[in-house]
Ligand binder design. Structure first.
Ligand SMILES: [Zn+2]
Length: 124
């Protein structure tokens, strides 16, 4: 889902899309001359492999996503929540898929291993 930067006004524009079993729903709203705020929630589930036991399990995603989008190179390099879309096109699928990828590539345990360190150490 591609949305042109200059089509977004200060009136919140509803957006919605899904990928890999996760639904992103929310609004886009102009929040500055070169800035748009995405205010959305992600809802859904997908499969992950546990980093401890290797079992595949279903990860339920239910989280809020609030990002600033800009069509200029951000001057504030400390603000990690700004995503730049220098061609003036906001790619919402890219945003959703990178959120999913960041969960997939971070450390994650299944329910059995999560908060169950002691038991595991005994087994080894
Ligand atoms: Zn596990």
């Amino acid at each position: 889902m591609i949305i042109f930067f200059d089509k977004i006004s200060s009136t919140a524009k509803p957006i919605g899309l899904s990928s890999k079993g996760v639904k992103l729903e929310g609004t886009l709203k102009k929040s500055g001359y070169h800035q748009v705020t995405l205010d959305a929630k992600m809802d859904g589930s997908f499969n992950l492999d546990c980093d401890r036991c290797g079992e595949s399990y279903i990860y339920n995603m239910d989280s809020k996503l609030r990002l600033k989008l800009s069509d200029l190179v951000s001057e504030d390099k400390d603000d990690l929540d700004i995503i730049e879309f220098l061609d003036g096109k906001i790619d919402l699928l890219y945003i959703l898929e990178s959120e999913i990828t960041s969960i997939e590539s971070s450390f994650h345990y299944c329910d059995k291993c999560d908060g169950n360190d002691e038991e595991f150490e005994v087994e080894y």
